[in-house]
Design a protein around this ligand. Structure first.
Ligand SMILES: [Zn+2]
Length: 215
């Protein structure tokens, strides 16, 4: 069932450790099939290097298992809430990537120091209030605080990153860019007082990127 989407969700999951965004079994990626409304998500506690496409779990929008022998990720309810609230989202990635999660631990979002945040997100990466992992509260913070667009992202206070996009690959790109920006911002702050771009410039970059980037 949904073989093409399953392959993409699997690929995005195994890209997480390759891009140094997760350790051990932390983190997860999912994708939504717009036709059936079903969501494909990583099973709970399975190592990425042992993950096969057959292990992925298909659930409906209420979390009932449609296909799969394993338990879905403990973050499934958070993913489903985001899909329910934001109809355009087709992929979600959750990580505890190092530098972004350092900002989350400090209770800070990622400032708008770099054009790459303007390009993809049209502004800085917001920080949520603290909510415990594992339920819909994360999805509520995400839906409330992220900016509409092809890419979305937030730092969950004291926890990690939720990134999303029109497809699972877009969500991966969002998660990689958030970590990349966090790392550079951390380094820049260590040695100086980096200046933020204006929101006006971020919006301009985002518009240009959305309209022109790619082949
Ligand atoms: Zn987590």
């Amino acid at each position: 069932m949904l073989e093409k989407l399953k392959e993409e969700v699997w690929k995005v999951n195994i890209e997480l450790p390759k891009n140094h965004l997760v350790v051990m079994t932390s983190g997860n990626a999912s994708g939504r099939d717009f036709e059936t409304g079903f969501v494909i998500i990583k099973p709970s506690g399975v190592k990425y290097e042992e993950l096969s496409q057959l292990d992925l779990v298909v659930v409906d929008i209420d979390g009932n298992i449609i296909e799969g022998n394993l338990k879905p990720s403990v973050d499934t309810q958070a993913h489903l809430y985001i899909y329910k609230q934001l109809r355009e989202i087709g992929g979600i990635v959750h990580t505890h990537s190092t530098y972004a999660t350092a900002f989350a631990a400090m209770g800070r979002g990622i400032p708008l120091y770099l054009t790459e945040l303007g390009d993809l997100f049209g502004g800085p990466i917001p920080i949520s209030r603290y909510v415990p992992p594992g339920d819909e509260a994360i999805g509520r913070e995400f839906a409330e605080k992220t900016r509409p667009g092809r890419f979305r992202g937030i730092l969950m206070k004291n926890h990690g990153v939720f990134a999303a996009g029109k497809t699972p690959l877009d969500a991966l790109k969002a998660a990689v860019t958030i970590e990349h920006s966090a790392r550079i911002s951390y380094l820049a702050e260590m040695d100086g007082n980096p200046e933020e771009l204006s929101m006006e410039e971020a919006k301009r970059l985002n518009k240009k990127y959305t309209e022109n980037y790619g082949q």
